[in-house]
Design a binder for this molecule. Sequence first.
Ligand code: PPE
Length: 304
Amino acid sequence: MPIPEVSKIWMDGEFVDWKEAKVHVLTHALHYGSGVFEGIRCYHTSKGPAVFRFTEHLERLYTSAKLYHMKLPFTLEELREATKELIRINELDACYIRPIAFRGYGEMGLNPLTSVVNVSIAVWPWGAYLGDDGIKNGIRCNFSSYQRISPNVLPPLAKCTGQYVNSILAKVESLKAGYDEAIMLDYRGMVSEGPGENIFAVKDGSISTPPEHASILRGITRDSVMEIAGDLGYTVSERDLTRGSLLTADEVFFTGTAAEITPIREIDGIEIGKPGPVTKAIQDVFFKTIKGEEPAYEKWLDYV
Ligand code: PPE
């Protein structure tokens, strides 16, 4: 589906028309993937639009930039304000927010340090990433033949544009094989995550998710789900999961800003089952939270 156009995009401090938000074809990041980005959601609440865990997302943008030796020419608060103003200008009630900082036009060659750092923020309405039906009834996945990038190849905890070619290969392989999404293993053969989602398994009422050393992105939805599940009284552990433990789990689900909480009902032709009670209980609290209907998690909403 084409990106739904809105009126303005923020580029290096200016609000420019959607159609004019362009970069030069010799932009460094286009050639070498030298950009860092975020994916954030703003939700409709009775008190107006609210950005979910905005500070944590912006902090992760600066963490990614640090790992790639990039100094952003804007402060976190400037980016927060620019985003809010952009949402207001575009009169959006709910949207996806895509900030990106990238090495721009100037010099070619692998040394990025001499290239300018450009920053832009775009917002647009974006529905369920893996489909409304996926959120309700679950999706079908396979184990990818592509290994997830490992810490000494590229830093998995950075959201760098170039790193996503690994995710793209896994995703396309899955789609061409008739699945909805991939599950990637790490360099040790342990479960890592999806191309753009963290993963959780439920067994006998206990919840597990791969730890940071399983080459994951430290997901903010993952963190939210761990807190919600703990508050619901479930045991949540960050531990290594084998392929077999995932296939024999009672419930498996993905988390992510785009994917929100999407149950997985089948992996490699093995039935996991319909979305189960633990997944549904967490989904229920999560979807109330983002609508501003859970006072305990109001702290995660930043009103526009
Ligand atoms: N792992 C990866 C590799 C990843 O890209 C994401 C987010 C997550 C885990 C979940 O992290 P969080 O959003 O903080 O809960 N993926 C973003 C980009 C998806 C895309 O297709 O683009 C997102 O969900 O916005």
